[in-house]
Design a protein around this ligand. Structure first.
Ligand code: 13P
Ligand code: SF4
Length: 334
């Protein structure tokens, strides 16, 4: 039985998601009440829906959320993000209850790699250390030497000796980009983010022609051709800071569209144009995993304290080591 099966089996027989929410209930009020009564903290990633971002105690990118999870004194962490993020919070907080509104909120990158696969790769490259992007499950973290996020990957790789052989998993696009900016030749795992891989260079080029003053900004999970024409490349938090601080008034944004919510709040006078994807039936670039969490599920999750993230203690201890290494090596990163 996997950890996911165990967690699903622990749900109320009928399935908590089928529980009725009384008509007319003010979800915001109820969530606020429970947050106090249960000494809970709501952590949300920038890719969550706007209503969830607005009700969160803390909103951030992967690195900021890992740090917030490490610091919190709440009894219960309600993680509005995807499974690997909530799992990271649990790895850092074994004694706390960590819940995720929808347990099926996964990630194509995390799904692309397994601890067993990393062990096989290590046999092939016995002198290599394993640096893994935080977008991976605990079995991969447990086989890794250092975890990185898109905010600190360049800084951490630069801190390692130039001659050190490195396996980088699981995002080949971020890995290729970090190879380029750090002048390395890391061995790359073949994984990708389905959202960032969907951006269409052809359609973005047309957007750039239509908006000649706009700057293209992109997340390093996007593919090389998009990154090659970008004016700025950065993690979610860095893209946000760039929009706020750069003098340009127009931006074509090549990352998950949830970040536009906070960008609009922090830079209300700037024009933000979501970059187009290859899917011309929908101009959106939404991560459907992230959007599985809703206000209704957040309410139910806080009420029933389910679904809970449960972990094998042996794996947790092994996975904690490379996360702590990341936190230690990236203290200089804001
Ligand atoms: P960051 O939050 O590190 O920018 O990562 C983006 C992402 O895809 C999260 O799933
Ligand atoms: Fe995973 Fe991509 Fe969704 Fe982030 S946006 S959770 S990397 S699938």
């Amino acid at each position: 039985m996997t950890i996911l099966d165990k967690a699903v089996a622990a749900l109320p027989a009928k399935g908590y998601l089928d529980m009725e929410i009384p008509k007319g209930m003010n979800l915001i009020e109820e969530i606020n009440k429970m947050r106090k009564e249960k000494n809970a903290i709501i952590l949300a990633h920038y890719y969550q829906t706007g209503d969830i971002q607005d009700i969160a105690d803390f909103l951030g990118d992967s690195l900021q959320l890992a740090r917030a999870a490490e610091k919190t004194e709440a009894d219960m962490i309600v993680f509005c993000g995807v499974h690997f993020m909530a799992e990271t919070a649990k790895i850092l907080n074994p004694a706390k209850k960590v819940v995720l509104p929808d347990l099926l909120a996964g990630c194509s990158l995390a799904d692309s790699a397994s601890g067993e696969g990393i062990r096989e790769m290590k046999k092939k490259y016995p002198n290599a250390i394993v640096v893994s992007y935080i977008n991976c499950d605990s079995s991969v973290k447990a086989e890794s030497d250092i975890i990185v996020t898109s905010s600190n990957a360049e800084h951490i790789i630069n801190s390692l000796p130039k001659e050190q052989e490195i396996i980088f998993a699981p995002d080949k696009n971020l890995g290729r980009y970090i190879n380029q900016v750090t002048d390395r030749n890391m061995i790359l795992w073949d994984g990708a983010c389905i959202v960032h891989e969907a951006f269409s260079l052809e359609r973005i080029a047309q957007q750039m022609l239509d908006h000649p003053k706009a700057k293209l900004i992109a997340h390093p999970e996007a593919q090389k051709p998009v990154l090659q024409v970008a004016h700025y490349i950065g993690s979610t938090a860095n893209l946000l800071n760039y929009v706020v601080n750069d003098e340009s008034q127009e931006f074509i944004v090549a990352t998950e569209e949830g970040i536009l919510h906070e960008m609009r709040k922090r830079a209300p006078n700037k024009a933000l144009i979501p970059a187009l994807t290859t899917d011309d039936t929908c101009n959106c670039s939404e991560c459907h995993f992230m959007k599985l969490n809703t206000m209704e599920k957040l309410y139910l999750c806080m009420k029933y304290e389910l679904p809970e993230i449960l972990m094998d203690e042996e794996i947790r201890i092994k996975a904690l080591r490379p996360i702590n290494k990341m936190l230690e090596l990236s203290q200089a990163i804001k």
